[in-house]
Design a protein around this ligand. Structure first.
Ligand SMILES: C[S@@+](CC[C@H](N)C(=O)[O-])C[C@H]1O[C@@H](n2cnc3c(N)ncnc32)[C@H](O)[C@@H]1O
Length: 454
């Protein structure tokens, strides 16, 4: 494809992304599948331009407003070429006058004026409001200010960057050094992760999915923070473990490795499609102690019969995903306070449901990939109010057992928050809740029904 055709494809992709509330990565996959003429380099170039435009969207929109125009897909891409890529007005015009197949339509008069207005301009202006500079909705900074204080700007800036590519070495099939060497033989250079003993961080953005170590299940793609959540479940061979919101199995895979394929690991989710995707990954990884169950009425009945029976229940709760905005740059523009309220209700219901399933002395691990206190510490505080048979264990103690790295959390709280700015991982929250053994606490009535899902 010519550079001009790639620009037109990026514009088309942005139009598709804006047309629905669905996540951009799924839209991009469908978009490239429908365009067989795109080679792998074209696909990368087009998605890189669209993604970078989304990462700079608030500032580009502000500039377009100021210099005359409507911040829709075409204007955003034009502004990106001029202000982020620093292309000259002449070069940008050339992209829009080429008569090549799939090239964009010529610039309109208004777009010509926009090119003149934006050429040579900086990306940021002093007059830009903070939420525009930081590329977040204006209702978000007040929610995070109490948490991060002076670090707020650094934390939000870190969410604008591209995330690194992290791999988890599958202990069922390999070890970190052997996997690193196997990847290096396929020109994928990696270095050990700083936190997780199973993590390798790739240099650049290689296509790992076509390498033998990936296809043979030696490594899986998983953010290092997500790896730590699974490690902090501290599972062991022979345990009975429930991954209640298993999705496509990212953490299930890591839990199975921790259990050395021994014991029972049940992976449930309300999404049949996600659980189906987990199956391919489990097979590739050589995992055979996992039972997948879609949360339909039958499974709910089955779970009710398993009250107080699991050593560990992981609730990797549905959440705002604010900690993963580096990977999903459109998500920040699709999130609303109403969505967060609905998620809060679901999170609290899931905690109650999970609480009934943990055996006395067992652990309920609650995790989100959100930075928002309402989805995290506020949920835990409210849960501990409702359930005096649970107590929060200091995450630092479990950390010391599962990672050689110094504990990266705050000493004065029992839970752990990881963030891109402070730890170089996606944003994660983890709390480890222990159910008191029978003799030390008043247990709620075990015959009471498990609360229904939200
Ligand atoms: C954060 S994602 C899970 C990610 C997954 N654990 C991983 O590591 O790849 C949250 C999941 O919760 C699921 N979910 C939402 N509501 C649920 C419910 N009431 N019960 C169980 N799962 C639910 C969603 O379908 C989604 O897959």
């Amino acid at each position: 494809m010519t550079p001009a055709a790639r620009v037109q494809c990026a514009i088309d992709l942005l139009v598709d992304i804006d047309a629905t509330n669905r996540p951009a990565d799924g839209i991009a996959s469908a978009f490239v599948r429908a365009r067989r003429f795109m080679g792998s380099k074209d696909r990368r170039a087009v998605t890189a331009l669209a993604w970078s435009t989304l990462r700079h969207r608030a500032r580009l929109s502000w500039l377009i407003d100021r210099f005359g125009g409507t911040p829709k897909a075409r204007a955003l891409v034009i502004a990106h070429l001029l202000v982020v890529e620093r292309q000259s007005a002449e070069d940008v015009r050339m992209l829009f006058i080429t008569r090549a197949q799939h090239a964009p339509q010529p610039l309109t008069d208004a777009e010509e004026r926009l090119v003149d207005g934006l050429a040579g301009k900086p990306l940021e202006f002093r007059e830009m409001p903070a939420d525009v500079r930081l590329e977040v909705p204006d209702w978000l900074p007040p929610l995070l200010e109490p948490l991060f204080g002076e670090r707020l700007e650094d934390e939000l800036r870190a969410l604008q960057a591209e995330a690194p590519l992290d791999l988890r070495v599958n202990a069922l099939k390999s070890d970190r050094e052997s996997a690193r060497l196997a990847l290096a033989r396929e020109q994928v250079d990696t270095r050990p992760g700083a936190l997780s003993p199973c993590a390798l961080r790739a240099e650049g953005r290689p296509n790992v999915a076509i390498t033998a170590p990936f296809c043979d299940g030696l490594v899986e793609v998983q953010d290092e923070g997500s790896q730590m959540v699974a490690l902090l479940c501290a599972v062991a061979p022979g345990m009975s473990v429930l991954d209640l919101c298993a999705g496509a199995g990212g953490k299930t895979l890591a839990l199975a490795a921790g259990m050395e394929n021994k014991g029972t690991l049940v992976a449930t989710d309300i999404s049949e499609g996600r659980l189906a995707r987990a199956q391919t990954r489990l097979q590739r990884a050589g995992v055979h102690n996992v039972t997948r169950k879609v949360l339909d009425p039958e499974t709910r009945k089955w779970l009710k019969r398993r009250k107080a029976s699991f050593d560990v229940v992981l609730v990797d709760a549905p959440c705002s995903g604010t900690g993963t905005w580096r990977r999903n740059p459109d998500a920040r523009w699709k999130l609303t306070p109403d969505t967060i309220s609905a998620l809060n209700a679901e999170q609290s219901a899931l905690l109650d449901r999970a609480a009934a399933l943990v055996k006395p002395g067992g652990r309920l691990v609650y995790a989100t990939c959100s930075l928002l206190p309402a989805e995290n510490e506020a949920q835990i505080a409210a849960f501990l109010e409702r359930r005096d048979d649970y107590r929060a264990l200091p995450v630092a103690e479990t950390w010391a057992k599962v990672s050689p790295a110094p504990y990266p959390g705050a000493a004065d709280v029992s839970w752990l928050r990881l963030t891109p700015a402070s730890h170089g991982t996606d944003g994660f929250f983890v709390s480890i809740l222990e159910r008191q053994p029978r003799e030390t606490a008043d247990q709620p009535d075990e015959t009471a029904p498990i609360p229904e899902d939200a």
